[in-house]
Ligand binder design. Structure first.
Ligand SMILES: Nc1ncnc2c1ncn2[C@@H]1O[C@H](COP(=O)(O)OP(=O)(O)O)[C@@H](O)[C@H]1O
Ligand SMILES: [Mg+2]
Length: 411
């Protein structure tokens, strides 16, 4: 028996691959002894959905959520657990209102980041609401879509203000495409956003707590091939800027598990999609980077429960905006200021020290596990569940090759 037992809940939808990986690795972590000599054991359980009394005490210290963005019963359970029981959440449903892109764009613009010019247009079609006709008749202003598009400049992207997974995203090169896309938008609220053309690198960064992996992304390829296995594709300073922006947005919105997209052109970093706070971490998407993601998720969640890190439900925007609004500061100085705030929020120094002292065995442990028959079975079953039978062999070879490359690179 350890002195303290912790329970981490997994709130899941259809996925089974990374949860099994996380569970297997957590079982291997064993007992952690903290700075004061107390021993901690951590178990995980899958959160089930059932009636709950608002005064019930949950058994979880922390919950990793991949479900509540669309399933409202567990979302309300998360809110109760956060407000009444101080359960630590990755991520908090109180940040869902800003999980659409729109709020992240607004915050990033205020913070001085290089978000392309963006306009929000009203719904194309009437809303299914008995008050709509009167309200829009009285208050909706006529507007000239073509002139608006001219002001943004071609080419541009029309995309849902709250989008995800490329649904409803189209590139607009001319007036005909503009009207076609707007007509098709129906009851979805759309941004027009200037395109960043001829960018050098599409950088996608996955962040878990204070750990960020910046990956070269190839959006034109099928999902299983989008993350390129490439290192040093950004200069050290640009790579650091991408990390800073990711950590900044996450600290600002209190997201601890998020993926961010930037288009890098020359030495300019343009954030375009920074609110994916239920990020895809499937082994069939991340492949080579999957072991890193599992190790980071393990380290951060263990750190949070063992040190008793307190969840923060409030957004403390004031110090960020103080930097943003200071006209005497250059872009680089602002980024440095934000970096200090974000590092502070994520307790970066304390976390690194903790990992060194108490979790230094994790990398080797993950390596051993990824080399084990248990991982091979997981990969095999995931591929068989994801692709049609005639593609199993091909995809098994594809992912096995990438995982083997990771194993070799760690040796
Ligand atoms: N401003 C832009 N400049 C260039 N490409 C863009 C821009 N906005 C979107 N795209 C392209 O469209 C894709 C989908 O847009 P994104 O904003 O990421 O929406 P989603 O949330 O659906 O992923 C991006 O991955 C990128 O390839
Ligand atoms: Mg995107």
């Amino acid at each position: 028996m350890a002195d303290v037992e912790h329970t981490i809940g997994l709130l899941l939808g259809t996925e089974d691959d990374w949860p099994r990986a996380y569970e297997a690795l957590l079982r291997r972590v064993g007992t952690i002894t903290d700075g004061s000599g107390r021993t901690h054991r951590i178990d995980s359980v899958r959160v089930t959905i059932e009636p709950f009394n608002l005064r019930d005490k949950p058994r979880h210290d922390l919950v990793i959520d991949r479900l509540a963005y669309w399933y409202y019963h567990p979302r309300e359970w998360l809110k109760k657990a956060a407000l009444m029981d101080d359960v630590y959440l990755l991520n908090s449903p109180f940040t869902f209102q800003s999980m659409e892109k729109h709020a992240a764009y607004c915050a990033m613009m205020r913070l001085g980041l290089k978000v392309p010019e963006t306009v929000l247009v009203p719904f194309k079609n009437p809303l299914d609401n008995s008050r709509w006709a009167y309200t829009s008749g009285r208050y909706n202003q006529q507007f000239d879509l073509e002139a608006l598009a001219e002001s943004v400049g071609y080419p541009m992207f029309m995309k849902p203000y709250d989008g995800g997974a490329w649904v409803g995203v189209s590139k607009i090169r001319n007036v005909d495409e503009l009207h076609a896309a707007y007509d098709a938008s129906g009851e979805r609220l759309m941004h027009l956003q200037a395109a960043v053309e001829d960018y050098d690198v599409f950088a996608r960064s996955l962040t878990i707590g204070p750990e960020t992996m910046v990956m070269k992304f190839r959006p034109e390829l099928p999902m299983y091939d989008r993350y390129a296995v490439e290192h040093d594709f950004l200069s050290p300073s640009t790579g650091d800027e991408v990390v800073t922006i990711s950590r900044l947005v996450n600290a600002f919105f209190r997201w601890e598990f998020n993926s961010c997209e930037s288009l890098v052109k020359g030495d300019e970093v343009h954030p375009i999609d920074y609110a994916n706070a239920c990020p895809d971490v499937a082994v069939t998407s991340l492949h080579y980077y999957f072991p890193w993601a599992m190790a980071a998720l393990l380290r951060w969640t263990v750190y949070c429960v063992v040190t008793g890190r307190r969840p923060r439900l409030d957004m403390d925007t004031t110090p960020y905006f103080a930097i943003a609004d200071d006209r005497s500061l250059s872009y680089a100085q602002k980024l440095a200021g934000y970096r200090r705030l974000a590092d502070d929020y994520f307790e970066v120094d304390r976390y690194e020290e903790f990992c060194e002292k108490h979790l230094s065995h994790v990398d080797e442990m993950v390596h051993d596990w990824v080399s084990s028959p248990e991982f091979t079975t997981l990969l095999d079953q995931t591929v068989r569940a994801t692709y049609p039978p005639d593609e199993h062999e091909r995809f098994l070879a594809h992912f096995r090759g990438l995982i083997d490359a990771w194993l070799r690179d760690q040796a």
